[in-house]
Design a protein around this ligand. Structure first.
Ligand code: BES
Ligand code: MN
Ligand code: ZN
Length: 505
């Protein structure tokens, strides 16, 4: 990851009223209805006759319009492009914003190597098309040397012209600006997650967060290990002390609030690599623990986004960063540590490290007296067992938890509300300390982790904890606007919640 000059995070997105010159590929959308295959909005750019010709051509090559289907044909003579690519939107009755975003992403992935594309998807929903194209075109090639360059596909998608009825309208321009800012921040989170642990360890992560945060207008404070130990951050220190790369705590502040506006705290788990520590993980799949700082990446990207768009809200992101390693200086199972604020914890399993660093950060964040606190983390394998790889679990105070889940579903990140059963809390009682960091069995592992965190949230704070163990990192094949590796989840959820708080308090 470059620390000096920022790379282009995605294709250039521009508005257009009609098909420009030099466009290589026109991307149109097909859907299905009871009347058969439909071409979704092309009359504006092509006129009825051409639209009918395109539809016939796609039908002739077997297009069905099913969701994410990709079919490419040579352009009809009347169109000044090389080819026309159709992406499926599925049943027309089922088309929603997320469907458009995903189809745009699928189209963008099919366009790698294309210099200039234009699309009509933007006439359906500009923001969704912009985000889908930008994020679908995202690639992470930082560590590909010249050796792999000739075999990989030609360069990334260069530019997308988004066709809309009125490209000069203020609202249209504003919508594009907003969507590009959102997509760029998702890409910032993805870059952090995709950077390997050899190159992203606490010191580097903190420095990079500071560079990006400062550039966006945030004030940034970094506590190093000495300051953490002295300050009583026993969780971050305890987890981090097994590594030669010592921990950090980063605080990024956006002061955008007006007189009566709410204060929001964001907290994200920043374990730059999780071996499990002395309670070491099995080798198979351990490499995926490069993603264990995805919560941190998401909150850093979100507060940067808030600054970029000038959200009228006071937001402080508190981000603990540590590497969980086994060594002669590592904490042991059975050790007792004192969290920031004084609660003592028996560390029964050193692999339940996320909650230890988060507890310190949550207590610190609550000292600022926030109205709302959102924390997010790749916290438990149990999240994946309960909800799968694409559905974050959200727990917390009832009302705010439900609000976050609803907003997450509206933006297509699909978080699902989960309960905090009282009987599980009792299993966190410790023989020697105030709390144990794990329960005895595996039952309700995601909920147990959240119940542990709940102990550290100050009374009166509306709290949501988003477990993204599965959704933050895609180990399967690409889909929609999500490629392999870091996904940027839950940046769009958190940003939409912040916007909702600005709007509704
Ligand atoms: N970072 C892991 C959770 C994780 C698992 C993230 C899979 C992404 C994919 C976390 O630190 C962890 O190890 N959790 C333990 C908790 C257990 C010891 C109670 C787990 O889930 O096994
Ligand atoms: Mn762990
Ligand atoms: Zn972890």
């Amino acid at each position: 990851m470059p620390t000096t000059s920022p790379r282009a995070l995605g294709p250039e997105l521009v508005l257009a009223g009609r098909l420009g010159k030099d466009v290589d590929v026109l991307v149109v959308a097909l859907s299905t209805s009871e009347d058969g295959l439909e071409l979704v909005i092309t009359d504006d750019i092509s006129g009825d006759a051409l639209a009918a010709e395109l539809l016939d051509a796609f039908e002739a090559v077997g297009a069905t319009g099913k969701a994410d289907e990709i079919i490419r044909i040579p352009a009809p003579a009347a169109l000044d492009v090389t080819s026309v690519l159709a992406v499926g939107l599925g049943k027309s009755a089922d088309i929603d914003i997320e469907r458009i975003r995903r189809s745009a992403g699928t189209a963008a992935r099919a366009l790698s190597g294309t210099s200039i594309a234009a699309t009509t998807l933007s006439a359906l929903d500009l923001g969704a098309a912009a985000e889908g194209f930008f994020l679908g075109a995202y690639t992470f090639t930082e560590f590909k040397s010249a050796l792999s360059a000739p075999t990989s596909e030609a360069g990334p998608l260069g530019r997308v012209e988004l066709l809309v009825a009125d490209p000069r309208a203020r609202e249209v321009k504003d919508e594009l600006t907003r969507s590009v800012a959102i997509a760029e921040s998702v890409a910032i989170a993805r870059d952090f997650v995709n950077t390997p642990p050899s190159h992203l360890y606490p010191e580097k992560f903190a420095a990079r967060a500071k560079t990006l945060g400062t550039a966006a207008g945030l004030s940034v404070e970094v506590l190093d290990d000495k300051a953490l130990e002295k300050g009583g951050y026993g969780g971050i220190h305890g987890v981090g002390k097994g590594s030669s790369r010592l921990p950090r705590l980063v605080r990024l502040t956006h002061s955008g609030g007006k007189r009566k506006s709410k204060k929001v705290a964001l907290v994200g788990k920043g374990i730059t690599f999780d071996t499990g520590g002395i309670s070491i993980k099995p080798a198979a799949g351990m490499e995926n623990m490069t993603s264990d700082m995805a919560g941190a990446a998401a909150v850093i990207a979100t507060v940067i986004l808030a600054a970029k768009v000038g959200l009228e809200l006071d937001i402080v992101a508190t981000v603990p960063m540590a590497e969980n390693m086994p060594s002669g200086t590592a904490q042991r199972p059975g050790d007792v540590l004192t969290q920031y604020g004084g609660i003592t914890v028996e560390v029964i399993n050193t692999d339940a490290e996320g909650r230890l660093v988060l507890a310190d950060a949550i207590v610190r964040a609550c000292e600022d007296d926030p109205d709302y606190l959102i924390d997010t983390a790749t916290l438990t394998g149990a999240q994946v067992v309960a909800l799968g790889n694409r559905t974050p679990g959200v727990m917390g105070t009832d009302e705010f938890r439900d609000r976050v889940a609803e907003i997450s579903q509206a933006v297509g990140e699909d978080a699902w509300a989960m309960p905090l059963p009282g009987e599980i809390r009792r299993e966190l009682d410790s023989r020697v300390a105030d709390l144990a960091n794990v329960t005895n069995g595996r039952a309700g592992g995601m909920l147990a982790a959240a119940l542990f965190l709940k102990e550290f949230v100050a009374d009166g704070v509306q709290w949501a904890h988003i477990d993204v163990a599965g959704p933050a990192f895609n180990t399967g094949g690409p889909f929609g606007y999500i490629g392999k590796g870091g996904t940027g989840v839950p940046v769009r959820t958190m940003f939409a919640v912040l916007e909702d708080i600005v709007e509704n308090g």
